[in-house]
Design a protein around this ligand. Structure first.
Ligand SMILES: [Zn+2]
Length: 321
């Protein structure tokens, strides 16, 4: 699954120095750290398993693990402009804060934000500043405060270059500026093959006490509102590059758009309606010109690409009351 960059041999478990040739493997440090944390994670899982066993629900635990393994995926929420940029050229990769700083692409950045980001990135070792952050997602619209486009990545493309942390890495920063510090407990990291275990360990009490179906489980694992501070999710750290060929599916949402409108746009995208483009443009423009701009950009790009695209219907807060 993991390979040494120097000699090409398979390295399992992933490590920074090759056991065959003795040279650096070039496997990203977040992957190696998560692998080293595996025994602690398995310890925590054994305790949960025992709890299920004691309540006569061992089979339930096995079923949950199987369900999670079959349904996991990783998403990154981004702004429409960023996504359109990636879709426009197969060589363009998604960039993180440090890439933008190196490219001097952002003006007047708050140095405290950069310092805090660097501190959090250090949790993942020497390659921390190269990582792209996302979330474990079983099909929700993702971390909506980060962007209207929830971009799901292809499992097969990222499974050996993603690590996970039980919570958002920022939530482990304690104290207030300038005396902030970071404390990462053991057993809270995972790789693709252990993330189902991490999910169960994190949510086992809720799983035991709730009536579950896919929607309930998905919303338990990823909870997001407009305020980032209340987001609850299992963070994913994805090694670059994230490019066009890494993208599997896009969910686009807009809170201000009436659900009927979203349904109409969806039907249009899926060619299930006889509505003409100019009529759709007129309808969208009467509601929100920015929305129209995004949709037309996506239409011209996505229809030519093999990417699933869906406009998500979400009733606005007012209309849902
Ligand atoms: Zn080697």
């Amino acid at each position: 699954m993991w390979k040494c960059k120097e000699c090409g041999d398979s390295i399992n478990p992933p490590s920074d120095i090759c056991t065959i040739c003795g040279k650096p493997t070039a496997i990203y440090s977040n992957i190696v750290f998560a692998s080293e944390d595996e025994p602690e994670l398995k310890n925590r899982f054994s305790k949960c398993e025992a709890e299920y066993q004691n309540t006569g629900k061992k089979h339930y635990c096995d079923e949950l693990i199987k369900f999670l393994e079959e349904n996991i995926s990783v998403s990154i929420n981004m702004r429409p402009e960023s996504l359109i940029n990636i879709l426009s050229d197969p060589r363009i990769r998604y960039v993180n804060l440090h890439d933008n700083i190196r490219a001097k692409a952002i003006e007047n950045l708050d140095s405290r934000i950069i310092a805090k980001r660097l501190m959090v990135d250090s949790v993942f070792g020497i390659d921390g500043d190269k990582i792209n952050y996302g979330a474990l997602n079983l099909g929700t619209i993702g971390l909506i405060s980060y962007g209207k486009c929830c971009v799901f990545l292809k499992n097969e493309e990222i499974s050996n270059r993603v690590s996970f942390l039980e919570e958002n890495s920022f939530s482990y920063v304690k104290g207030s500026w300038p005396s902030i510090n970071l404390s990462i407990p053991y057993g809270i990291r995972a790789l693709w093959h252990t993330v189902a275990i991490l999910t169960l360990v994190k949510h086992h009490k809720e799983f035991l006490s709730s009536k579950l179906n896919k929607e309930v489980i998905s919303n338990m694992i990823l909870f997001s509102e407009v305020n980032r501070k209340s987001d609850r999710y299992i963070e994913a750290q994805i090694c670059p590059p994230i490019i066009l060929s890494t993208i599997d599916k896009v969910l686009y949402y807009e809170t201000e758009i009436p659900p009927e409108m979203a349904r109409l746009v969806n039907s249009y995208y899926k060619s299930k309606t006889s509505i003409k483009k100019k009529d759709l443009i007129k309808l969208c423009a009467s509601i929100d010109e920015e929305y129209l701009g995004d949709l037309l950009s996506f239409e011209s790009k996505i229809k030519k690409l093999d990417i699933e695209f869906e406009v998500v219907e979400i009733a606005s807060k007012e209309s849902s009351l």
